[in-house]
Design a protein around this ligand. Sequence first.
Ligand code: 13P
Ligand code: SF4
Length: 313
Amino acid sequence: MENLKSQITELKNKKNAIILAHYYVADEIQDIADFVGDSLELSRKASLTEADIIVFAGVHFMAETAKILSPQKKVLIPDIKSGCPLADSMGTSEFAKFKEKYPDYFVINYVNSTAEIKAMSDLICTSSNAVELVKSLPSGTKILFGPDKNLGSFVKSFVKNEIILWNGNCPVHENFSANKLQDLKNANPDAIVLAHPEANKAVLLKSDIIGSTSKLLKYAIESENKKFIIATEPGIIHKMKQNDPNKEYIPLPPVQNLAESICFNMKKHTLQKVYDALKYEQFEILMDEDLIKKAKVPITRMIDLSVKLGLVK
Ligand code: 13P
Ligand code: SF4
């Protein structure tokens, strides 16, 4: 493995490439990445990098967002089949019909959506900025929000705006078990529950801190507490442990008879595939220019607003 890692570094330097990775990918990929972050931070990095090639170890919509923000760069995804079922569940024709029913509504879609859906949106949000972005809109703005209903309900709990939700969810977070969370809380009364807003409502109601992957990581790092129950994909525990191996991080299991709720799409990337991506410059994200132009508008609006609100540098 060490040999493969040094070959990756060599190729990366030779080709002026950067490796961006999400917290849910395999530990060894996080370890060789130039930057690991949440969706907002990763899209910001992609828009600012001076590298010629971006290898994106994340799901397809993340690599696609990087391409939209840096169309002149070559964006590669190590496993082309690494999709996001939440993003893929929102079809353009169904969404067009939904929009037609609410013609005067402002359309906010979660970054976990396809480029085609982004092109049909007024504003994109991520889990780290959704609440603040909605709060920054003129009061009384009526909103259509998709595709994640759990994140949408979470946002709704902070504002008075009328928000109509698309009925989508992430299977990894929707399937977390609130009963198992209660059992874990009973057995570990000293643990703080950290949850991603994609988690189902019953779980969120039993959680202490709710936020993006980066927010949860930051909380675990800065907290004096020694024990945490993690209600998001357990890939995040790698960075938590690296920061403080003496704290305890307990992954919340799903309702099924499994120890953890895994995002198998994120885990499709391997070190070998990252190496192959760099060596053979595969699999390239290629997009229609017109689609890039249209999808870029609401993403750029999100980044500009997030910078203005101090949510990202
Ligand atoms: P974050 O933006 O919080 O990293 O979330 C991305 C994601 O896909 C969560 O399932
Ligand atoms: Fe998509 Fe869920 Fe995986 Fe996040 S955890 S990438 S929302 S399937």
